[in-house]
Design a protein around this ligand. Structure first.
Ligand SMILES: Nc1ncnc2c1ncn2[C@@H]1O[C@H](COP(=O)(O)OP(=O)(O)O)[C@@H](O)[C@H]1O
Ligand SMILES: [Mg+2]
Length: 280
């Protein structure tokens, strides 16, 4: 197995509650080149797990291995794309993308050539000299993806990368990400609270339960890359995952609004966007 998450546990200190366990005995295998999504309510530990893989946080128990080697810190084999683009506003698109390569000591011309290749892949060849504030949200996220991929990571870690984008832009970026995935064969670890997005993009969906974060179910799926989607079977799967998360969403809502809160299940099923909303 390429990426192995083996019995990982993580707790954080909480002001009032003391030690709070955020991840409990996470066991997960990801194959090389696989596109795996993690879905679950907000606060269930998705980002924490992603940071552990990135080596930005350390597990209390268990370990993470990549190609058999234990993760002990951050490394160039793993790069993260966040919800906010995190681009340097004072650098041009091209300079943002070459930044990491130059830091690694790559000669400028070589770095620029590589960066231009990546920018071509995300369809931004005409914007290399633009600055981030001149770009739309979707374009900025494409720069972020180019900046990540230019480092030639083995694993691309994406933490709700399209959550801040409008629906149309998100659809375009879904297609672009799938094209990139096919071309580069990079392993993608994708965190989202949008069930539809997970269903359309990934080959494996890991559904989390919450308090503490734990794997509830795993689904193997066909992705949009295999053919025309969405269709009846993806809608069905979406509903199934939503139903499975219902109890988890209720748990979070009761915690936030008190035990007397009555959970209206029909409101969930009316939402056809696949987005579980801000509460989860
Ligand atoms: N560095 C931290 N210190 C303390 N608590 C944290 C820290 N990071 C995350 N948490 C807590 O851990 C829980 C899970 O957070 P997170 O992984 O961000 O969830 P998700 O990404 O699924 O929304 C939350 O309750 C959050 O407040
Ligand atoms: Mg998160």
């Amino acid at each position: 197995m390429y990426l192995t998450i083996d019995g990982v546990e993580k707790s954080f200190d909480h002001k009032e509650k003391g030690q709070v366990k955020v991840l409990d005995n996470i066991q997960l295998d990801v194959e090389k080149g696989q596109f795996v999504s993690i879905v679950g309510p907000s606060g269930c530990g998705k980002s924490t797990l992603l940071y552990l893989i990135a080596g930005l946080e350390k597990a209390d128990q268990g370990e993470i291995r990549i190609a058999g080697k234990k993760v002990t810190g951050a490394g160039p084999d793993r790069v993260v794309v966040f919800q906010e683009d995190g681009l340097f506003p004072w650098l041009s698109v091209l300079d943002n993308v070459t930044y990491g390569l130059l830091l690694k000591g790559m000669p400028k011309t070589e770095a620029e050539n590589k960066a231009k290749e990546m920018l071509k892949m995300v369809h931004l060849s005409n914007y290399t000299e633009s600055f981030p504030h001149q770009l739309s949200g979707g374009m900025k996220q494409r720069v972020s993806i180019a900046r990540a991929l230019v480092m030639e990571p083995a694993i691309l870690l994406m933490d709700e990368p399209f959550a801040a984008l409008d629906e149309q832009t998100r659809m375009v970026l879904h297609n672009e990400l799938l094209e990139i995935w096919k071309k580069t064969k990079v392993t993608i670890f994708f965190v989202t609270h949008n069930i539809r997005e997970a269903v359309l993009l990934s080959e494996k969906i890991v559904v989390f339960e919450t308090r503490p974060g734990k794997i509830k179910e795993t689904y193997a799926v066909k992705t949009m890359k295999d053919g025309v989607m969405p269709n009846d079977s993806t809608f069905h799967l979406e509903k199934q995952i939503l139903a499975s998360l219902q109890g988890e969403i209720e748990k979070v809502l009761k915690e936030e609004m008190g035990d007397d809160y009555v959970f209206k299940t029909d409101t969930l099923h009316r939402d056809t966007s696949g987005d579980m909303g801000s509460h989860i």
